[in-house]
Write a protein that binds this ligand. Structure first.
Ligand code: ADP
Ligand code: MG
Length: 230
């Protein structure tokens, strides 16, 4: 489903050049559950931003469902991002002036879904995530765990194939974080491909496949140690 071929990304900060991704290669099959761990600054967020088509590398190629993403026009790539990828951030990134319901509904508004079709889809998700009592609440009226559940609902309302979460429990206590991870895992069991960046080993170890990064490189992939003999 995903193939990254030698992605390179450098940032220039003042006079210095920082290598965020260094010839990064990865293959991911549909339905996998991966965690990405590694020290701060090792390139985890850069990797997720590439996978989520939020940023572009200096060189390399990204194949998503057999389509070379950097050969596409900006507009077609944005189309892929909107239809195929959901993104969850540490800081939720909800719109403060919109209710939980409106936040979740927003991707459907933006893609032109008719109001009569939007309503039942949002209601289903609100119920399923235990948020029905909070539908009309603004983000500041919700707990951190509830906000992140709203953010997850917004990320999956268009039924993307790929769900990317960058430190999704980073602002949450252990209990709320556990609920958020359980929800992500439930979505994965239903078929969504899931990548979770975390610095919490207890969370990282839950994933079936664990990646470790350092200095923009993949230094360990648990799949390579657990595979069948050659
Ligand atoms: P991680 O998520 O593992 O902490 P990042 O992907 O955020 O790592 O960052 C990798 C490296 O790239 C770091 O050295 C970071 O400082 C640098 N970096 C990331 N984003 C930018 C940016 N927008 N401008 C300059 N440097 C950046
Ligand atoms: Mg990061």
């Amino acid at each position: 489903m995903i193939r990254l071929d030698n992605l390179c990304k450098q940032y220039r900060l003042g006079g210095e050049t920082v290598t965020a991704l260094d010839h990064f290669c990865l293959d991911v099959a549909a339905g996998e559950y991966l965690s990405v761990m590694g020290p701060s600054g090792s390139g985890k967020s850069t990797l997720l931003n590439m996978l989520g088509l939020l940023d572009q590398p200096d060189s390399g190629e990204y194949w998503l469902n057999d389509e070379a993403m950097y050969q596409l026009t900006e507009e077609r790539r944005a189309g892929c991002r909107n239809s195929q990828v959901g993104f969850v951030f540490q800081a939720y990134h909800l719109i403060d002036r919109m209710t939980a319901r409106e936040n979740i509904e927003l991707p459907l508004v933006l893609n032109g879904t008719a109001p009569a079709e939007r309503r039942p889809q949002v209601d289903t998700l609100l119920q399923r995530l235990g948020l029905d009592k909070h539908a009309e609440h603004l983000p500041h009226q919700l707990s951190g765990g509830q906000r992140q559940r709203v953010a997850i609902a917004r990320a999956v309302i268009r039924k993307p194939a790929l769900l990317l979460a960058d430190e999704p429990t980073g602002n949450l206590d252990t209990h709320a974080g556990g609920e958020v991870i359980a929800l992500l895992e439930e979505l994965n069991e239903e078929g969504i491909t899931l990548l979770v960046v975390t610095h919490d080993p207890a969370i990282g170890e839950r994933a079936k496949r664990r990646l470790w990064m350092r200095d923009g490189q993949l230094v360990s992939d648990s799949l390579e140690h657990s595979g069948a003999p050659a």
